[in-house]
Design a protein around this ligand. Structure first.
Ligand code: WT7
Length: 648
């Protein structure tokens, strides 16, 4: 692309009423630390910081050094004390059609009860708590109760397998697991506590760090019970006194660990702390969505088990006193109208979702949203993967009434908060571009050697790097600081830059386009899955000798998982049944979201002379392209064999 792409400036009315004006970029650039101090001043600090940033122990940052605050107090108490107790915090929609309205005063009561009860269990600041729950209000209450006590929570997405849960419990040495009896899945109750039992017992009876399992009753199914260990929420937390005084913690006190996929099979426990994280999530929620607490009804459709849910359902919006929608179920239960009905019912003004869902809505047809009054919507958000221009335009026209600005927000579990995004009252947005680092954030696009890629050099795509520390940045990988340095800081060690793992380019105007991962991490429906993780699940099956996995372009999910496997001599079956069995094995071992789209049984895999699998070539095969450079292959003939294997 050499010409300037079409751009959509905000309407003059939107721009005039926006939370920030165009001068903000300049002001932030002139005094970055002063700018962040101003943002931190939107929070309540028990003790003010004496230094904005301490980068002397890079790459581990300290933000708002010496400051003390309580994150839950900022998200709940403050609003009640300032007279906003009756304001609705959550309009919760259950999947079966039940609903609950939870005000900030209600939230304070519930969080207070939970905090008192967790204290009575002997948990103290610094202990880890695993939370394995669906999208219900108690999940947010549990997170806030942990934050209030200085307990470090670790959410595990409720679609993850018992194996994945156990791995995360063990790595964080969690003392408590909070879960539910089950979760609603398209009208049917599916067990969840059962998976916790399996995680805790089924590992050759190796004892875990877990002392108690606290269970919220959600679906009313029978559950197995371990006396002394298991506790019902309604018999304990719900019976506890609500009055609880929040203690302030250091700005750098650990707030949560969230596991994400890296390039090896072992997930990384991304560690986030308190003051800087809350500052940046609240700031970005305020400016990127132009959030107005008095009038907006905000809805982020992510699951709380992912970082988007942490930062843009829980911490950012609640710190800003938002009124938001929380929806438990899938977008097509009982039918494809569900999201639009919810938007109509509550008058949603800000809607934040993922490109994969936009493409799914497109497939279902515009007659579905067209049957609803979506005129309340004034800002649309996108996150998780690059949004293709066609989906972008559809989103703006059909959901945004042809006028709502789209904020395409680039960030990662590691960055903690949005980093690159248009500002809806300022930016002339372009379909598919994340556009500009936010005021206070610095990012650049560089080549292999770290030279800045100039604007308009669109053929010479580069790497996205973050060249200045930011408040919500991760503070490390739990239990493995060496891996932290190696993963993010080694690639451009000389310059001291953070390597994001994404490819990017700058267009002729200098606007930034994120192009997707450049490492062995796949992005399937906005979920991050490493090729190594899926490979290890495959070779864990006795019928598989070797496996190579690639992400291939997929019209709906962004990427689809394509696996090439060599069967072992033990394989009982070599045909379709084996493929089905292997697909099921991956879903069981990791999660249904990791189930391969295709598995090809092949006689051999393409390798370099040093024995490295050439994924690039496998991707060519998976995407049906002409093969790229095969000159470093040991045996170019393998492709003939793979292709013949494939066409069987
Ligand atoms: C990876 C991070 C951040 C919350 C959800 C995913 C990709 C994310 C965008 C975007 C292009 C994007 C990147 C990134 N990504 N947002 N707006 N445009 N790519 O968090 O699981 O940590 O994944 O998602 O590849 O590195 P995550």
């Amino acid at each position: 692309m050499t010409e300037t792409p079409d751009a959509y400036p905000p309407s003059p009315e939107f721009a005039a009423a926006a939370n920030v004006d165009a001068g903000v970029y300049e002001r932030a650039a002139q005094d970055r630390e002063g700018f962040w101090a101003e943002q931190a001043d939107h929070l309540h600090w028990r003790r003010r910081w004496n230094q904005v940033l301490d980068w002397s122990e890079a790459p581990v940052a300290k933000w708002f050094v010496g400051g003390r605050l309580n994150v839950a107090y900022n998200c709940v108490d403050r609003h009640v004390l300032e007279g906003r107790g009756d304001k609705v915090a959550l309009h919760w929609e259950g999947e079966p059609g039940d609903s609950r309205t939870i005000t900030y005063a209600d939230l304070l009561t519930e969080v207070g009860r939970a905090a008192n009860y967790l204290t009575s269990l002997g948990l103290t600041a610094g202990d880890r708590v695993a939370i394995y729950m669906p999208m219900i209000p108690e999940t947010i209450v549990a997170m806030l109760a942990c934050a209030r006590l200085g307990l470090t929570h670790s959410l595990v997405f409720a679609g993850f397998s018992p194996t994945a849960l156990r791995q995360r419990i063990d790595d964080a040495e969690a003392r408590l697991v909070i879960t539910t009896d089950g979760q609603w899945r398209r009208g049917n109750p599916a067990p969840l506590k059962e998976a916790v039992d399996e995680a805790l017992f089924a590992h050759g009876d190796v004892p875990s760090s877990v002392e108690h399992v606290l269970v919220v009753r959600r679906v009313g199914i029978e559950v197995a019970w371990t006396e002394g260990r298991d506790l019902w929420w309604h018999e304990t937390v719900a019976q506890t006194e609500p009055a609880h005084e929040a203690e302030a913690f250091d700005s750098e006190h650990p707030l949560f660990i969230l596991y994400t996929s890296g390039t090896t099979g072992k997930p990384k426990g991304i560690l986030h702390t308190s003051g800087g994280y809350l500052t940046q999530t609240a700031y970005t929620h305020r400016v990127v969505f132009d959030h107005k607490p008095e009038t907006d009804i905000y809805w982020c459709t992510a699951d709380v088990g992912w970082v988007t849910g942490h930062s843009y359902i829980v911490y950012g919006p609640l710190a800003n006193g938002a009124t938001q929608v929380l929806y438990e179920g899938t977008p097509n239960f009982p039918d494809e109208h569900r999201h639009w009905q919810i938007i109509e019912k509550y008058g949603v003004t800000i809607y934040y979702t993922a490109p994969t869902l936009v493409r799914t809505f497109m497939k279902w047809g515009r007659q579905i949203p067209d049957a609803h009054d979506l005129s309340s919507i004034r800002v649309l958000g996108s996150v998780g993967e690059p949004i293709n221009p066609e989906a972008w335009r559809w989103y703006r026209d059909v959901i945004g009434g042809g006028t709502a600005p789209i904020v395409d927000t680039w960030w990662q579990t590691e960055t903690g908060a949005i980093m690159i995004s248009p500002l809806p009252g300022i930016t002339a947005t372009k379909p598919g571009a994340a556009m500009t680092p936010l005021p206070g954030i610095s990012a650049t696009v560089v080549d292999e050697e770290g030279n800045t890629v100039r604007r308009g050099e669109t053929e010479a795509n580069g790497y996205l790097v973050l060249d200045e520390p930011w408040p919500a940045m991760l503070r490390g990988i739990w239990g493995d600081m060496e891996r932290y340095r190696a993963t993010y800081w080694e690639r451009f060690a000389a310059q001291g830059w953070y390597f994001a793992g994404d490819g990017a380019k700058l267009d002729v105007n200098g606007d930034l386009w994120v192009l997707g991962r450049v490492d062995d991490v796949m992005n399937v429906s906005g979920h991050r899955i490493s090729t190594a993780e899926v490979e290890s699940a495959l070779v864990g099956h006795s019928g598989v000798a070797e496996a190579a996995v690639v992400g291939a372009t997929d019209e709906t999910t962004g990427q689809g998982i394509v696996a090439f496997v060599i069967l072992s001599a033990d394989a009982t079956d070599t045909g379709a049944a084996m493929v089905k069995e292997l697909e099921a094995e991956v879903a069981r071992e990791i999660s249904p979201i990791a189930r391969p789209r295709e598995i090809h049984v092949v006689p051999e895999l393409p390798k370099t002379r040093s024995g490295k699998i050439m994924r690039r070539l496998l991707r060519d095969v998976a995407e049906g392209r002409e093969l790229g450079d095969t000159s470093t292959l040991v045996d170019p003939q393998v492709f003939e064999n793979i292709r013949t294997g494939r066409s069987e």
